[in-house]
Design a binder for this molecule. Structure first.
Ligand code: 5CA
Ligand code: ZN
Length: 412
């Protein structure tokens, strides 16, 4: 698929410390250590509804990773998928008597516009499940041949499942016990009660064709892919194994990322699929997680239509820490509008207070697990001093403007 347009990223003098991120699998903050090209896979949208603030917050967090690595001198190979064939998309299309392909295309187009307006740097590879069917079939076929996948004993629908015991490190990504795994699987797209499986946890890899559902001919027989194998195949095919970051919201810790990692281990014999598993907190609204199924959504496109400055929106979403579950409120946006105005007035001054220390501290906060509240406070202090004391450094406003753009993605 075509990704969205990129915005130019200013080059800043110097570098910050290596980026450290919380790794779900290790239960602690660890340094990232990418090679010349940093490799990141972030789970993309299922395009059956418009992008809401929760999605946006997640992609903004990984945009900061992308930007920090670029600032540190790395190239970044960033891959993102689009789950453009899956149950929720098909169900929504049927409910609205819509064509599922057109629904997916429409919502993906809107997502691109939303990302561009928020100045999220695009992935290098933006890949739909449908365009990756051949890659997915190859993975499933190999896992069947290795005995890591099997067909359920159901003559009508001999669907293919992954035997979770085929990966020696199964469970190491989430760290969950079996009861928690079973509960999460039931809540998040799994089917623990499906008869004929070797174990209730085993996850669907290939769903044989059903009346009225899309299906692709393949050596596995006509059908469509399961969800976890989609991200495993798309990621491995482009990044190889042992890439730097696998990312998404905390709702993907289990079963999605556990199974993608387990498929990859059973397929390649190598472990781990990703050096860091990075998960964002959930954005809530009116007391509940913002989700398409709950319907308590605030859409980015709606806010854009209401003339909300996307930079204020970006700043509002960055004002909390990415790992914290947090609630959206319109006051957050009001505060961000005022903050943005103070920063803009300060960089519009002909001179400001010196910035070397400011940029150093800004980088240091971001390097420590993307401490955006700390980073924003550093900039607040510079803006306040420049607005009250004035300052004599004529290069300062330009430097701050470039740093805020390069590292935080905010155009002042
Ligand atoms: N297509 C799959 C991933 S392969 C999927 O989960 N799609 S999604 O549209 O449901 O979510 C897209 C991304 O937004 C995922 O990374 C998900 O974890 C994240 N996300 C969903 N809801 C929220 C929320 N309320 N707050 C923060 N992130 C969220
Ligand atoms: Zn995914």
């Amino acid at each position: 698929m075509q990704p969205w347009m990129s915005t130019p990223v200013p080059q800043l003098p110097g570098h910050g410390p290596p980026l450290r991120l919380y790794d779900t699998a290790a239960h602690r903050i660890r340094p990232t250590a990418p090679g010349p090209t940093a490799r990141m896979y972030v789970c993309g949208i299922t395009p059956y509804d418009a992008t809401h603030l929760g999605h946006a917050a997640t992609y903004l967090a990984f945009d900061l990773v992308h930007r920090y690595w670029r600032d540190a001198g790395h190239d970044v190979h960033y891959v993102q998928n689009v789950t453009d064939v899956d149950d929720p998309l098909l169900e929504r299309a049927q409910r609205d008597q819509d064509d599922w392909v057109v629904l997916g295309m429409r919502e993906t187009a809107l997502f691109r516009e939303d990302m561009e307006s928020l100045r999220v740097l695009p992935p290098q590879d933006f890949v739909g499940a449908v365009e990756a069917i051949d890659e997915i079939v190859e993975v499933v076929s190999k896992l069947l041949a290795y005995g890591a996948a099997y067909r359920v004993e159901d003559p009508e629908h001999p669907d293919i499942y992954f035997d979770h015991q085929a990966a020696a490190h199964f469970g190491s990504e989430s760290g969950y016990d079996e009861a928690t795994m079973l509960r999460c699987a039931a809540e998040r797209g799994g089917d623990p009660r499906r008869p004929g499986k070797r174990h209730p946890l085993d996850a669907l890899m290939w769903r044989t064709a059903r009346e009225g559902e899309p299906a692709w001919d393949s050596e596995l027989g006509p059908g469509r892919p399961g969800w976890h194998v989609e991200c495993c195949a798309i990621g491995l095919h482009r990044l190889g194994t042992g890439f730097d970051v696998q990312g998404g919201g905390s709702d993907l810790i289990f079963p999605h990322h556990e199974f993608s990692a387990a498929h990859a281990e059973a397929l390649t014999g190598e472990y781990p699929m990703a050096e860091h598993y990075v998960h964002t907190g959930m954005i809530g609204y009116r007391g509940e997680k913002m989700s398409k199924s709950t319907g308590n959504l605030v859409f980015i496109s709606r806010l854009r239509a209401d003339q909300v400055d996307p930079m204020a929106l970006r700043l509002a979403l960055l004002s909390g820490h990415y790992r914290a579950d947090r609630s959206w409120s319109s006051e957050m946006l009001d505060e961000a509008v005022l903050r943005l105005d103070r920063w803009r007035r300060a960089v519009a001054r002909p001179a400001g207070v010196p910035v070397a220390e400011t940029v150093h501290r800004l980088r240091a906060h971001l390097a420590e697990d993307l401490d955006t509240p700390g980073a924003l406070a550093v900039l607040d202090a510079w803006a306040a001093e420049t607005l009250t004391r004035g300052g004599r450094d004529v290069t300062a406003p330009g430097h701050v403007q470039a740093a805020v753009d390069a590292l935080l993605g905010i155009a002042l």
